[in-house]
Design a protein around this ligand. Structure first.
Ligand code: C5P
Length: 319
C-alpha cells in the first residue's frame, strides 16, 4: 500500500461560546461551567499516516507557537488511543492550522479530536462514540465538543454535552488578536476579579437557547454573554475597543470567544458579514479578520486510507 493510500485526512472545526457562565472553582482547579458551544466553519486539517514513530508537525498560521512532537495535544490523543487499543502510536501527524492559536476557539482541542477520529480510522478500531468521548474528555474540556460539533449545551468543566435544537445559519466575523491568551491565566484573572468584588456571574443561557430555537439573529446578538470577558478585557484592554468597533459597524452582537483574545461579531446575514469584515479589517483594532458560518459538524474524516492495526483484523463499521 502506498503512503497516500494509507493516509487518513480529518478536519475539525473551531468553536465559540454563545453563552459562557463560569461558576465556582472546584477542588480540582477547574471551574463549573454552563456554556452553549457552536462549531463554526474555520477548520484545522490533519493528515495521519503510518510511520516508524509518533511525530507531530504543524504548519499554517501561528504554527511556530504550537508545540510539535508528543507534547502537542494531538500527539497526546494518538498516545491515549494507542494505549487503549494496545497498539503502537507509530503515526506521523501533520497539522495544518487555520484556527487561531491560543485564540479561545479551541484549536488545540479540535486537533486532538481529529487525531482521535483519524487514528480510529487508520487502525480500523471502529470505536463507539462513548469510548471516544471518554478519551476526549480526559484530553481537555473542549475536546468532546470538537467531536460533537453543531450547537450544544455543556456543563461540568465543559465536557458534558446535550445537543441544542435550533434553526438557522449564523454569520460570524472573527477579529483575531496579535498574540494569544493562556486559558489558565484568564480563569485565574476571573478568580482575582471576583475575590475583589469586580466581577459577578452573569445569569443563565435561557435567552441564547430561546433565540436559537426561533432562529432569531438579533435576539441571539443581544443574548451573547461570556463571564470570562471581564478577565480577558482586564488582561487585554484593547478587546473592549474591538467589541465597540464591531457594533459601530453594524454587528448585532459581540462576544469574546472562550478565554479570548478572539472576538466574535454576529452579523445579520452573509452579505453583512462581508461588509463588516472588510470595514473591520480597515480599522487598526485587530491583527486580522476571518468570516465563518455556524453551526457546522464536528470532526470528520475527509479522506480515508487506513489499514488497521498490524496483526489485528479491522472492524468493518466505525462507531
Ligand atoms: O481542560 P483544559 O486543559 O482545556 O483546560 C485548560 C485550563 O483552563 C485548566 O487548566 C484550567 O486552568 C482552566 N479551566 C477551568 N475550568 C474549566 C475549563 C478550563 O478553570 N471548566
Amino acid at each position: 500500500m502506498s503512503e497516500d493510500a494509507a493516509t487518513v485526512a480529518v478536519r475539525a472545526p473551531a468553536k465559540l461560546n454563545l453563552h459562557l457562565g463560569v461558576g465556582a472553582r472546584r477542588p480540582d482547579g477547574y471551574h463549573e461551567l454552563t456554556t452553549v458551544f457552536q462549531a463554526v466553519s474555520l477548520y484545522d486539517e490533519l493528515r495521519l499516516s503510518p510511520a516508524g514513530e509518533l511525530t507531530v508537525t504543524v504548519c499554517g498560521e501561528g504554527a511556530e507557537t504550537v508545540p510539535s512532537g508528543r507534547e502537542n495535544l494531538a500527539g497526546r490523543a494518538v498516545s491515549a488511543l494507542a494505549a487503549l487499543a494496545g497498539c503502537s502510536p507509530a503515526v506521523a501527524v501533520a497539522i495544518r492550522k487555520s484556527i487561531p492559536v491560543a485564540g479561545g476557539m479551541a484549536g488545540g482541542s479540535a486537533d486532538a479530536a481529529a487525531a482521535l477520529l483519524g487514528c480510529d480510522a487508520l487502525w480500523g478500531l471502529g470505536l463507539q462514540r462513548p469510548a471516544l468521548d471518554t478519551l476526549a474528555a480526559a484530553l481537555g474540556s473542549d475536546v468532546p465538543f470538537a467531536l460533537h460539533g453543531g450547537t450544544a449545551l455543556a456543563t461540568g468543566r465543559g465536557e458534558r454535552l446535550t445537543t441544542v435544537l435550533g434553526q438557522g445559519d449564523y454569520h460570524w466575523v472573527f477579529a483575531l488578536a496579535a498574540g494569544g491568551l493562556a486559558t489558565p491565566a484568564v480563569y485565574a484573572e476571573l478568580d482575582r476579579l471576583r475575590a475583589a468584588g469586580d466581577s459577578r456571574p452573569g445569569g443563565d443561557p435561557q435567552a441564547v437557547l430561546a433565540a436559537l430555537r426561533l432562529g432569531d439573529v438579533p435576539a441571539l446578538g443581544r443574548a451573547l454573554h461570556n463571564d470570562l470577558a471581564e478577565a480577558a478585557f482586564s488582561l487585554r484592554p484593547q478587546l473592549r475597543r474591538v467589541c465597540e468597533a464591531g457594533r459601530e459597524l453594524g454587528a448585532v452582537g459581540s462576544v469574546v470567544c472562550g478565554s479570548g483574545p478572539t472576538v466574535a461579531l454576529l452579523t445579520r446575514d452573509a452579505s453583512d458579514a462581508v461588509k463588516i469584515a472588510a470595514a473591520l479589517a480597515g480599522l487598526d483594532v485587530c491583527r486580522t479578520v476571518r468570516r465563518a458560518v455556524g453551526p457546522v459538524a464536528g470532526a470528520r474524516i475527509t479522506a480515508a486510507g487506513g489499514g488497521g492495526v498490524p496483526g489485528r483484523p479491522a472492524r468493518s463499521k466505525p462507531g
